[in-house]
Design a protein around this ligand. Structure first.
Ligand code: KG4
Ligand code: ZN
Length: 346
């Protein structure tokens, strides 16, 4: 065939998603459809994702979303060449729903099944959106992950840094919760910070100055709790000041941690013809201050800063479909009917 067309399915957390993506002969990717159902309303009352509710919501939404993805792309199930589904890491109930649906479709149509690592989906997205070539650095900052990853090729990743406690999005969510702000916390903290004084509270900048590239955010959250307790009851201005100070501490931490990562990349791959690039992914990449920080850092280090459209930065099925296509293009093996979902999969 001149191209490969694939159905992608994503159900690892609180987004149910389906997409149809094509890989053309020249290697270029094209998204024919990309539908996402966010379960936010189902979970917001609980202040976080409830796994059982998520799994049930995936069951309810997924079939309809797949129909929708096919009809928007103008193709039938018989016209796709393969099925890709996230098989980990994530919440096991949701993974079971997506992977079993993919198996059923693969079995019924006789098309190959690709079981995809969710993180690989995030890691390869910039090749779909920007045609980026290997190697590059990727910073994944979401509610579940904080990782700096060297992307050397399809299936060839090296984790340079990760969080030793909370994920960055989780730190935003927990900080918001203890300040009485709504879930998800990231957008709420960012909004409050706009009118706050970033220099009012001296919050810790964990691991700054250390040679290894890891992150730590739980101490920051504890410091926020202490500051808030000391000055309680909190006025709106207090909350704004805490949020602004919190974001400043995070920006400074990222500057140091990611700055070291960029320097290491430049040292190891300084001989490349194509300029070095840093890609961001994950919901926290929506944060304007964090974006500005990373952008400035990239300029300083001579890196291209690549931030795919927000819809493809947060959880979606186009990235899972694309990861499947990349693996198919590399002649990597299909998965069998015995492939199992994995809640943990580094
Ligand atoms: O990638 P994502 O949509 O879902 C997964 O975690 O997989 O990321 C959600 C996380 C949440 O923790 C949310 O608070 C955070 O991204 N987030 C933000 C912003 N928007 C979303 N964090 C900081 N600033 C934002 N504007
Ligand atoms: Zn994700």
């Amino acid at each position: 065939a001149a191209f490969l067309r694939i159905l992608g399915i994503e159900t690892s957390c609180d987004e149910t998603a389906a997409a149809i993506v094509v890989r053309h002969e020249d290697g270029r990717g094209e998204i024919l459809s990309d539908v996402v159902f966010s379960q936010l309303d189902e979970h917001s009352a609980y202040g976080g994702v409830v796994p059982e509710i998520a799994a049930r919501a995936h069951v309810e939404a997924l079939d309809g979303l797949i129909e929708e993805a096919l009809s928007r792309a103008g193709v039938s199930l018989d016209e796709i060449d393969a099925v890709a589904a996230t098989s980990g890491p994530g919440l096991i109930g949701g993974l079971i729903v997506g992977l079993m649906t993919a198996k059923a479709i693969a079995r019924a149509t006789g098309k190959p099944l690709m079981a995809i690592n969710h993180l690989e989906g995030h890691a390869l997205t910039a090749r779909l959106t920007d045609g980026l070539s290997f190697p590059y650095l990727m910073l994944l900052v979401s509610g579940g992950h904080t990782q700096l990853v060297l992307v050397r090729g399809v299936g060839d990743y090296e984790r340079w840094g990760t969080t030793i406690d909370d994920a960055l999005g989780e730190a935003f969510d927990k900080t918001a919760k203890l300040l009485g702000l709504p879930y998800p916390g990231g957008p709420a903290v960012e909004k409050a910070a706009l009118t706050g004084d970033p220099d009012r509270f001296q919050l810790p900048r964990p691991l700054v100055g250390e040679a290894r590239l890891d992150f730590s955010f739980s101490g920051l959250k504890t410091a926020v709790r202490q500051a808030a307790t000391e000055i309680a009851p909190l006025s709106e201005q207090d909350i704004a000041d805490i949020c602004a100070s919190f974001q400043k501490a995070i920006s400074r931490t990222l500057r140091d941690r990611i700055g070291r990562g960029l320097a290491r990349f430049a040292k190891e791959f300084g001989h490349l013809d194509v300029g070095p690039a840093l890609v961001v992914a994950g919901g926290v990449a929506a944060n304007q201050e964090i974006r500005r920080t990373l952008q400035a850092l990239c300029i300083e280090h001579g890196f291209r800063f690549i931030a795919p459209p927000m819809k493809l930065c947060t959880d979606n099925a186009a990235m899972i479909a694309w990861a499947g296509l990349e693996r198919l293009a590399e002649d990597m093996p299909f998965d069998g009917m015995d492939v199992a979902p994995r809640s943990r999969w580094p």
